[in-house]
Design a protein around this ligand. Structure first.
Ligand code: ADP
Ligand code: MG
Length: 479
């Protein structure tokens, strides 16, 4: 047997690392089909089956790939793609895309939802010579526009506020504009769309999009290098500042101070500020009150989960953009089954496409059902009262029987009330039914428990942390 060649060996090593960091399904879909082509001067070239495949990797796994490559090949490692061109006259001649591409200063979440900083190509604001206006890279992703941000009841207010702000940045009452929602519902898309539209209408305005994490890291670096005043000057200079995911400012007191200063300056000079957050401002913990009150100055609006029609429209819009046609019944099936998160919805569509293109099968309902097994199972798995009781009791180290018993010991009462609260919140069970599960208590006891938990969450920080932690555990184990 001949020795594996260097690129094969390197790729095999990479695969080992990748395998530990992605789900088996993702590994099978996105990594097994990749073929290593060559390794020259620390540049590994890999072949991928399609442009679409390449884009998916770039969007979802570029951070992981970079980290892995650095680990396996060394700190200067680079990746290039050969893309097999489908349906073209040239047959299957691969073409090459250099990676990382110019636009990779985004932060992409890895499988664990942790953002990975894509270091290399981030424009450093401090090296912009003379701060000439045209030299500020707005860091906007041109892919995210209003045109492809489908309107629905779930985003009506936020969308129209966004358009208003884009037409008259700094000139509306919506300053700051705060957009909030759980993840995957379109905050980042909307934030970029606002920035892109401003750039289009007001060419001379300096627009800057930055994730809160990048902002924090830049500030920390500047403080280390004793040039935080440059940092502040730079940010005070922009006309439109868009900061994504400000919940990451929590507990970062010094960053909050500096942001406060920048915020005030921009606001006073009539500059527009757009913020996004994964929860309403009032629920932000460990953020200074004076900053919170500023967040509330303008308009806060939320994005909620889209209804079936909007989900359908989002899928159709996505297919239209990518020039794909799929049977209506398949699209409906996806829209019907994935109802909580638009990112997942798009992921499902893409998985179906990938599977079809890799196996050269037709996209039909059986294929979609087969592919969706993983998604759908988790999406429709019900959280049961028994399950909630078990997690709450585990958390407090008490036996499950205790919450069903008559005992009125303080810690048991509390666990019982929290379990009732989550049973009401996370299951479809009636109050009566919930009461039955707790040793035959009546519905008013359940109502009282929910009220008590709500009150305590507002007044008792430790209690609230416990409840948040329990909720996390319940959700992690069921989704
Ligand atoms: P968030 O920042 O809230 O986590 P994103 O903005 O990243 O969510 O959205 C997740 C995905 O869903 C993106 O690919 C985005 O383009 C898409 N998306 C969200 N809302 C819409 C919408 N109304 N129309 C079309 N695509 C949407
Ligand atoms: Mg986002």
């Amino acid at each position: 047997m001949s020795e594996p060649r260097p690129h094969e060996q390197a790729w095999a090593e990479c695969l080992k690392v990748i395998k530990d960091n992605v789900t088996p399904q993702s590994f099978k879909t996105w990594f097994e089909p990749i073929r290593p082509v060559r390794l020259e001067s620390k540049v590994l070239t890999i072949q991928v089956p399609s442009q679409f495949f390449f884009e998916w990797l770039e969007e979802h796994y570029v951070g992981l790939l970079q980290k892995t490559l650095k680990k396996v090949i060394g700190p200067t490692a680079k990746l290039e793609y050969n893309v097999v061109v489908e349906n073209s006259n040239q047959g299957n001649t691969p073409y090459t895309v250099n990676q990382p591409s110019g636009n990779s200063s985004r932060q992409v979440p890895n499988e664990m939802g942790m953002p990975i900083q894509l270091g290399a190509s981030i424009k450093n604001p401090f090296i912009i010579p003379g701060l000439k206006k045209m030299n500020v890279d707005s860091q906007l992703n041109p892919k995210y526009t209003f045109d492809n941000f489908v309107e629905g009841e779930c985003n009506k207010l936020a969308r129209s506020a966004g358009v208003a702000v884009a037409q008259k940045p700094g000139g509306t009452a919506f300053n700051p504009l705060m957009i909030f929602s759980p993840c995957g519902l379109g905050k980042t898309h909307l934030a970029h769309a606002i920035g892109n539209m401003i750039k289009q209408i007001h060419r001379s305005k300096v627009v800057l999009y930055v994730s809160a994490e990048k902002f924090i890291n830049q500030y920390i670096d500047s403080a280390k290098n004793h040039n935080s005043s440059d940092f502040v000057n730079f940010y005070q200079y922009v006309d439109v500042l868009i900061i994504d995911d400000v919940q990451f400012f929590a507990k970062k007191e010094r960053t909050q101070d500096i942001f406060f200063q920048i915020f005030n300056h921009l606001h006073q000079s009539g500059k527009q500020i757009v913020l996004t957050c994964d929860r309403p401002p009032k629920d932000l913990k460990d953020v200074d009150e004076r900053l919170l009150s500023r967040f509330k100055w303008g308009l806060s609006c939320d994005l909620t989960t889209p209804d079936f029609e909007t989900r359908l429209a989002i899928l159709e819009n996505k297919m239209y953009q990518d020039g794909i046609t799929i049977d209506r019944e398949v699209v409906e099936y996806l829209a019907h089954n994935i109802d909580s998160n638009i990112r997942e919805l798009e992921g499902a569509l893409i998985s179906v496409l990938a599977q079809a293109s890799l196996t050269r099968k037709q996209i039909d309902l059986p294929l979609a059902k087969q592919m969706m097994k993983n998604f759908v199972k988790s999406a429709s798995r019900e959280i049961s009262i028994d399950y909630i009781q078990k997690l709450v009791c585990d958390f407090y180290g008490i036996p499950v029987e205790a919450v069903k018993s008559k005992t009125r010991k303080r810690e048991i009462v509390q666990a019982r009330q929290i379990a009732m609260f989550f049973s009401k919140d996370l299951t479809k069970a009636s109050l009566k039914n919930i009461g039955m599960h707790f040793g035959g208590r009546d519905h008013s006891t359940v109502i009282h428990a929910c009220q008590t938990v709500n009150d305590l969450m507002d007044t008792d920080k430790k209690f609230r942390q416990d409840v948040d932690e329990i909720e996390k555990r319940i959700k992690i184990n069921t989704v």
